[in-house]
Every structure is written in C-alpha cells, then in structure tokens.
Design a protein around this ligand. Sequence first.
Ligand SMILES: Nc1ncnc2c1ncn2[C@@H]1O[C@H](COP(=O)(O)OP(=O)(O)OP(=O)(O)O)[C@@H](O)[C@H]1O
Ligand SMILES: [Mg+2]
Length: 304
Amino acid sequence: MRVDVMTALVSFERVFEVLDLEPLVREAPDPVDLPDQAVSVDLDDVTFRYPSAAEVSLASLEQGAGDRLGGSDVLRGVTFHVGPGSLVALVGPSGAGKTTITSLVARLYDPTSGTVRLGGVDLREASNRSLREVVGMVTQEAQLFHDTIRANLSYARPEATDAELWEALRAAQVATLVESLPEGLDTVVGDRGHRLSGGEKQRLAIARLLLKGPGLVILDEATAHLDSESEVAVQRALDSALAGRTALVIAHRLSTVRGADLILVVDEGRIVEQGRHSELLAAGGLYAELYRTQFSEQPTPAAG
Ligand SMILES: Nc1ncnc2c1ncn2[C@@H]1O[C@H](COP(=O)(O)OP(=O)(O)OP(=O)(O)O)[C@@H](O)[C@H]1O
Ligand SMILES: [Mg+2]
C-alpha cells in the first residue's frame, strides 16, 4: 500500500506540473474577433527569439533538454504588408526564418518585440477561436491521423456532408485516388493504415483546408520530390485553394513565385528584398541568385 501511495504521489506531482505550466501564448481578457474573410497581414518591426528550453519544458519530464540554448534573435526588424486576397511567396536560404515568420502569423508564438496584425487586429488582442477560424495551415510534411479519410477531413468541419467532402477532394485533385480505394472515404490511412505518398497526403491536407475555408492560408510547399504529373495536380489544387483568400506560401516551385503578387526574400532573419518576380530578377540581388541556383532547373509552365 505504502509503495503504491508513494508512486501515486509522484505521478500527481507531474500531473500538477503540467497543469501549472504557463502557456507561452495567452488570450487577452477581452479578446476581439478577427474578421471572418480574406484578411490583411502586417508585421511591424518584428524581432523574435525562440524561448529557451527552460521556458517551455517541464524539468522532470525532460532530461538533457537543458543544454539546448535559447539562442539569438531569429528575426530582426521584419516589416511587411500583405493586402487582403494577395498571394505572397516567401523565399530564402535554409534557416533564414521563413517558417518562423509563418509561425508568428498563426500565433504559435508571440514576437519578442514588434506587432503582428491580421485584418488590422493585434494578435495579442485577438480571440483564439476567431484566429483558428481565420488561419488554415498546410505544412510541408502533412500529418494524417490513423483513422479514416472521412475522419481526417471532417474534423475541419464536422457538419460537412459526403457531397461536400467529395467536392473538396475533387478540387484538391485527390478524388480519383480516394475512389480507387476499396473502402473509399472509409479507408484507414496513416502509418499503420493505407500508406499515401507525400504529394497525396499534401493534397488531402489541401482538401481539408478547402472544407474549412479559412480567410488566410499558410502553406509550406513540398520540396521537389513530386513527379511532373502530381506537380500539375498540386498546382491545380492550389489554384482553387488560394482563390479569394490571402495566402502566405513558402515557395519551392518556380510557378508559385512567378504567380505571386509579392515576393519576400528572407535572409538571416531579415527581409532583404521585396517585389515581383521581374523586378527582383532585374535588381540582380539575392533573389536573382536564388533564382539561378534553386528555380532555374525547373521546367517553365506554359501559362507562366
Ligand atoms: N523551435 C526552435 N527553437 C530554437 N530555434 C529554432 C527553432 N526552430 C527554428 N529555429 C532556428 O531559427 C532559425 C530559422 O529557422 P526557420 O525554420 O524559420 O528557417 P527556414 O527559413 O524555414 O528554413 P528551411 O528553408 O530550411 O525550412 C534557424 O536558425 C533555426 O535553427
Ligand atoms: Mg522552413
């Protein structure tokens, strides 16, 4: 008995430690709802450094995490404006801070200094509920739950009908794939279920995004492991996913950068250049160099 009680007490300590952990991002006492539409995105002189391991982790659950350093500023003086409904491409070398910028826009972290505004509202004043309604994210490695395709899609909008699910699948260019599966929408996917390719998973994630219909889309494009057929399919899926929304795309594909209303070139935590494809190419700076090294081997799409 005594051993059991002592063991239980240790477990309780850990449970309370988790319950007591202060979240990094807190909702304001009187939160404002963000407009439910294609919002503008403004970063104003944003500086950011990742919290140190001590600030985010639980001492008793993490061994050896303490030697991970908080580090230095990852973003410095980042300022840009994105109008509602525009498509913005973020480009830059690896480790430049592109993913970090998108994490701040989705308020996964608050900036160390400066402000992030969606539709003119400072995210520190926005309600969590409206923030989650407005922002939709598709990450580079799309995650699916070990569950049916139906369940993986409909948690974005539980009241969606089968007809709406199929419509989203068609727009995301994966309907043919799902139709060909023996159990259709009820096929179990994920690590231990039916294995889908990276491109197929990303298109399912896009279908989920279409069901949700957010005003702001954040997309980390899959790096070039797609064959040219699924490349065309993903491009079509994106065209429908991005229509009428504000989009922030971490672009690895030439077709996205060329079509963007604004290209932000990120290097070492700063926006070093911004403009459209032809302007930046003519300027002969970092973008022109990235264009030569990263994008030029890709085939130019006929429509530009
Ligand atoms: N969770 C984290 N904790 C501490 N430092 C981080 C964390 N995530 C990223 N960093 C650091 O922040 C910097 C910017 O990283 P980020 O992921 O934003 O780069 P990126 O431009 O998206 O690069 P890539 O093109 O390789 O995806 C890097 O130096 C990285 O090591
Ligand atoms: Mg990244």
